[in-house]
Design a binder for this molecule. Structure first.
Ligand code: PLP
Length: 465
């Protein structure tokens, strides 16, 4: 058939919109979006006809037009941000949204965000309130600090701290602490943005007290200590304890600032990990302003938390940047709920998903792996299914050397390579993100919740049957 004759099979947009199938779709998606989809789909059809090798292919596409419109509408309206199953074992996976909050916490969030709240209203005194008031006293009780505030993330907290306290002057920082965190956070760049001048002291591996002492002068506006969250310098090394630096700063009348990275509020040794400096320790050491993330080891929403001396925090609250970096009601609510879990000390690890996952011992993870493996074997997947020991990481630029003994379900597919299976898993209705090692797909069960096992089995059935 002549192509022009084939093109004549494409219905007119207006005519197509009058068909019953399209008016039904308009009831669900609205007439405007259906018109968009019809236009785009008829254009696609024109291209298909142009490129079709034979008439039958072209006519088949014409017959499938209405269905194609419906498919396009479904795709257009499906949220792009979706639930995925994290089977990497990396607890704080920045690409997968870092810290999950518990279902109980999320349910309380619904009431607040679907209606109105006292976000900035002081109910006691019937007047405008402060959005930080909700968790300020809580943060002070938990950390021992005098005052607290919260901004969008820790990068913002560091920027605000330096902008408020060190703009136009020098900030002393050790050369061993000029950290880059993934996603373009670099200490020297943040410093430059804030209008402060970075004055590097010491060397990469060793920085002495005398290095700071010699560098501190008229122009010094602050000393900054940065926790080397995502790397360790080992061997012939030396750094100066925060308490000594705080004393030096105070003797010159300037503030001591610390970017702690992860906001650890509990002793990680109780989870069998190495000691990680806590916020309380920094406050006790006399640091004037401590900033840390809300969604790393703290286990809350994305946020940058700042705690410290009242005079400095007050100045930061009044800084114009604060308005630009402020947190919304989702964050305020979720953060307060998570912080409340820290009050119940003995229950904290159990009630905060990130801490519970990090602290889980291998036998317990393995029990979950065995359970999933049994479900998969019963499902008759076209793959060898086994349970094997493995090691997980904390992630999120925290505790880079730490390895957690864990257990995995491994899949050795019969009809495809491990990497082909991995790609298929990423395209499932609920995508599963695994690791691949030694040509097997590895599902580290540390980060897969008991409640997700049925879903994982169902999804793998889709990929492997
Ligand atoms: C992670 C990290 C940051 C950035 O925190 P975000 O909350 O991701 O913005 C800044 N400083 C240090 C030391 C960190 O570890």
């Amino acid at each position: 058939m002549d192509k022009n004759e084939l093109y004549r099979n494409i219905p007119k947009v207006d005519a197509l919109l009058e068909r019953e199938s399209m008016t039904a779709l308009a009831g669900r998606y609205g007439r405007w979006l259906v018109t968009e989809a019809v236009r785009e789909e008829t254009e696609a059809l024109r291209r298909t006809i142009r490129d079709a090798a034979d008439d039958e292919t072209a006519l088949e596409a014409v017959r499938g037009l209405e269905q194609a419109v419906e498919k396009r509408l479904e795709a257009l309206c499906a949220p792009r941000v979706r639930k995925v199953i994290n089977a990497t074992g990396t607890v704080l996976h920045t690409n997968l949204g870092r810290a999950p909050i518990s279902r109980e916490q999320a349910e309380k969030l619904v009431d607040i965000v679907t209606g109105y709240s006292n976000l900035e209203y002081d109910l006691e005194n019937a007047r405008r309130g402060e959005r930080y008031a909700h968790f300020e006293s809580l943060l002070c009780r938990l950390t021992g600090a005098e005052a607290a505030m919260v901004v969008n993330n820790n990068a913002a907290a560091a920027l605000l701290t330096l902008s408020t306290l060190a703009k136009g002057g020098e900030v002393l920082t050790s050369r061993g602490e000029l950290v880059e965190i993934g996603g373009k956070f670099r200490v020297p760049d943040v410093c430059a943005q804030s209008g402060a001048t970075l004055r590097e002291v010491g060397t990469t591996n060793k920085t002495h007290f005398s290095d700071y002492e010699e560098a501190i002068g008229e122009d010094t506006k602050a000393i900054l200590k940065v926790h080397t969250s995502n790397y360790r310098i080992v061997g012939f090394t030396e750094s100066v304890p925060a308490a000594e630096l705080a004393e030096l700063a105070h003797s010159r009348g300037v503030p001591m600032i610390e970017d702690l990275g992860s906001g650890v509020l509990v002793d990680l040794e109780q989870l069998g990990l190495d000691h990680e400096p806590t916020v309380q320790e920094s406050v006790r050491a006399g640091i004037d302003v401590v900033c840390f993330s809300g969604d790393k080891l703290l286990g809350g929403p994305q946020a940058g938390i700042v705690v410290g001396k009242k005079e400095y925090i007050q100045r930061m609250k009044r800084h114009p940047l604060t308005r630009a970096l402020r947190v919304d009601k989702f964050t305020v609510t979720a953060l307060e709920l998570v912080l409340l879990e820290y009050l119940k000390k003995e229950m904290t690890v159990q009630n905060i998903p990130v801490l519970r996952m990090i602290g889980e011992k291998r036998p317990s993870v393995q029990a979950r792996a065995e359970k999933l493996a049994a479900m998969l074997r019963a499902g008759g997947l076209r793959a060898d299914v086994a349970v094997a020991p493995c090691q997980s990481q904390v992630g999120g630029g925290s505790l880079p050397l730490e390895r957690l003994d864990s257990a995995a379900v491994t899949l050795d597919p019969w009809d495809m390579s491990a990497s082909a299976l991995e790609h298929a898993m990423l395209r499932l209705t609920v995508p599963i993100v695994p690791r691949v090692a030694e040509d097997k797909v590895v599902l580290d069960m540390r980060t897969v919740d008991e409640s997700e096992l049925g879903l994982v089995a169902e999804m793998l059935g889709e990929a492997l049957r």
